[in-house]
Design a protein around this ligand. Structure first.
Ligand code: HEC
Length: 202
């Protein structure tokens, strides 16, 4: 057997196609890696990591949570803020600082931060008339019963909001507490003066 014949038997004849090592062009490799990388970025951004609670058009658990109705204290605060800004903020200011000649501040007010809700809740439920001292400053104006028309839960949420905002730190007020107070007060209560309010238990 000649040497040529032996080569043919091993399939290495020059006429046959052979596989070389560099069969994939470099740009395909780079493009594939780039696609994988972009796919990863897209997945990271849009998939919610296979969490079944996350579906289009939402991208992540965080995003979904931001749209969920809040519960408990956070819900009361968010609700109270909205009502406060519509009903009370016009006079007392969205920042609770009050306005000269319009209304005294609620931020830092001893009336707002009273130990209990009783005295405070009387103010929006029956109104205030005449002299009232707030943080050592005397006011002699009047406030109508601005909260009387609000449902129990809404007024409770407003009071919880003003007791916990702008640096104020005082306890939550519940709808049941407002309901009970309303029942005790009876219909059409008269606006109280500062002294009358002071005579009530906090
Ligand atoms: C039309 C303006 C006006 C609106 C609206 C208003 N208030 Fe007042 N508020 C006043 C004035 C004026 C006084 C002071 C009354 C006085 O001098 O006798 C006052 C006093 C108070 C006080 C006691 C003093 C203090 O600064 O702590 C509280 C508490 C209070 N308001 C809460 C509320 C709440 C809660 C609401 C919304 C439900 C509200 N007010 C809406 C004008 C307003």
């Amino acid at each position: 057997m000649s040497e040529d014949n032996q080569k043919n038997c091993r399939g290495n004849s020059p006429g046959e196609p052979t596989a070389t090592r560099s069969s994939a062009p470099m740009w395909i490799i780079v493009a594939t890696l780039a696609l994988l990388f972009l796919g990863g970025v897209y997945f990271d951004h849009n998939s919610g990591w296979f969490n079944p609670r996350v579906y289009a058009p939402y991208h992540s658990v965080d995003q979904l949570e931001a749209y969920q109705p809040k519960s408990g204290a956070a819900a009361a605060l968010a609700k109270g803020k909205g009502i406060y800004e519509n009903v009370c903020g016009i006079c007392h200011g969205a920042d609770g600082m009050g306005k000269p000649g319009v209304a005294p501040p609620l931020a830092g007010s001893e009336w707002v931060m009273a130990k209990g809700y009783n005295r405070l809740a009387h103010i929006p439920l029956e109104g205030v008339n005449g002299a009232i001292s707030v943080e050592g400053k005397d006011w002699t104006m009047a406030m109508a019963a601005m909260g009387a028309a609000l449902p129990d839960d809404d007024l409770a949420a407003v009071l919880t909001y003003i007791r916990g905002s702008w640096g104020n730190k005082a306890g939550e007020v519940t709808g049941d507490e407002i309901k009970k107070l309303r029942a005790d007060m009876g219909k059409n209560p008269a606006p109280a003066t500062g002294d009358q309010l002071k005579a009530m238990p906090e």
